[in-house]
Design a protein around this ligand. Structure first.
Ligand code: SF4
Length: 390
């Protein structure tokens, strides 16, 4: 019988320990209603002092971000963690693949902790190693694997990064995807890129930055035989896009852009490249979370913006810039539900456990995976020009 990888497991069931979504919290969480949670987090952090370094992703809730020593996107945070080799404990307020990257980039004596193991990433879950290896075998059988260079977005599990490392590929971020694709296309004559796991970032970069067309791109669907593609389609493609997407950014539609332009005259639409191609085509500006933050910081007072990225970040930007009109590019709430698994009770539990001498929810990448993921990350770090800058 053929088994099918199910990327969208119900949260907290513990049915697939290898899934990004993880398992239930193994400890006694403080009640969310505990009025002393803020004081407890502060006390635990003070007790740990320089031994602990708390990282907060831009999409985290305010109640958590207030305890972050640094904030940033996933790659910046992993580098920040590597810049603090003296910190025994890295508490990563983000999602699972980010904690893995921090473990890869930090020293062997540093322990990376994810306060809630159910904080996964639905996009990363959409590309399981077994599925990716099956796709690679099919490309080999079709006679194209020799010309394929795999490139994975930072938002992928460590074993997908390691797959790219083993097969001559690299990692990229939303800031350096263009440079990474340029590099990949130079690696072999008639090179093709196998882009994982976000089809939208891959398509947007290929078309808007590399001058490719929609016809140059095919989508590999892991749930269909041969990815839903013929061998000829594989041979003709320049970009083989994995059928994955971000469940937050993927929900913005071109229609909401039209509606906002009609109701907010003069509005500028600023979106993340994980949005669908049709949305990106209608936007004024496209870029990473760091680009979005810098754009709003540099915008003149009185300017008007609608932003298509995670809502916690948009809310914080609106609060920080009351002199600018900042709207969220959707009528409905659009938090990243897995990122929001990290709440104050989980943070307090993780920090107080460390104070008591117990390391909980450690994220540890096995040595072989770490080695090959490092190879793929290093290829990204070696990219020229703007490379890995946010
Ligand atoms: S915002 Fe999207 S890509 Fe980021 S962690 Fe959430 S699901 Fe994953």
């Amino acid at each position: 019988m053929t088994t099918i990888d199910l990327p969208l497991l119900p949260l907290g069931r513990g049915t697939d320990l290898s899934a990004e979504r993880g398992v239930e919290c193994p400890g006694d969480l403080p009640a969310a209603s505990d009025p002393d949670l803020v004081a407890r987090a502060r006390a635990a952090k003070e007790a740990l002092g320089e031994r602990v370094f708390v990282l907060g992703h831009h999409y985290q809730r305010d109640e958590v971000i207030q305890f972050a020593d640094v904030t940033g996107d996933s790659f910046k945070l992993a580098r920040d963690a590597a810049g603090r080799p003296d910190a025994e404990f890295i508490v990563f307020c983000g999602v699972h693949f980010m904690a893995e990257s921090a473990d890869i980039l930090t020293g062997p004596d540093q322990q990376v902790i994810l306060p809630d193991l159910a904080a996964g990433c639905s996009m990363a879950d959409m590309a399981a190693l077994t599925q990716v290896e099956a796709a690679w075998e099919a490309m080999t059988a079709a006679g194209v694997a020799d010309s394929v260079v795999p490139v994975t977005y930072m938002n992928s599990s460590a074993d997908i990064k390691a797959f790219c490392g083993r097969n001559g590929g690299a990692v990229c971020t939303s800031s350096n995807a263009e440079v990474a694709l340029e590099w990949a296309f130079e690696q072999k004559p008639d090179a093709k890129v196998f882009f994982l796991p976000d089809q939208h970032l891959g398509r947007n970069t290929a078309i808007l930055k590399m001058g490719l067309t929609l016809d140059d791109c095919v989508v590999w669907n892991p749930h269909k035989p041969n990815g839903g593609l013929t061998d000829q389609e594989l041979r003709d493609a320049k970009m083989i896009l994995w059928k994955g997407h971000c469940s937050v950014h993927g929900r913005f539609s071109p229609e909401v852009v039209d509606e906002l332009r009609a109701t907010m005259p003069g509005v500028q639409i600023l979106v993340h490249p994980e949005c669908q191609h049709e949305v990106v085509l209608k936007a004024d500006l496209v870029g990473s979370t760091e680009f979005i933050i810098k754009t709003i910081e540099a915008a003149p007072a009185g300017s008007s913006w609608a932003i298509g990225t995670e809502m916690n970040l948009v809310k914080r930007l609106a609060n920080a810039h009351p002199d600018k009109q900042i709207a969220f590019l959707d009528k409905t709430v659009c938090y990243c539900s897995t990122m929001n698994r990290i709440d104050l009770p989980h943070l307090v539990w993780a920090l107080e456990s460390l104070v008591a001498g117990t390391v909980v929810n450690r994220i540890q990448v096995d040595p072989d995976t770490e080695h090959w993921a490092q190879v793929a990350l290093q290829r990204m770090l070696d990219l020229p020009g703007k490379s890995h800058k946010d």
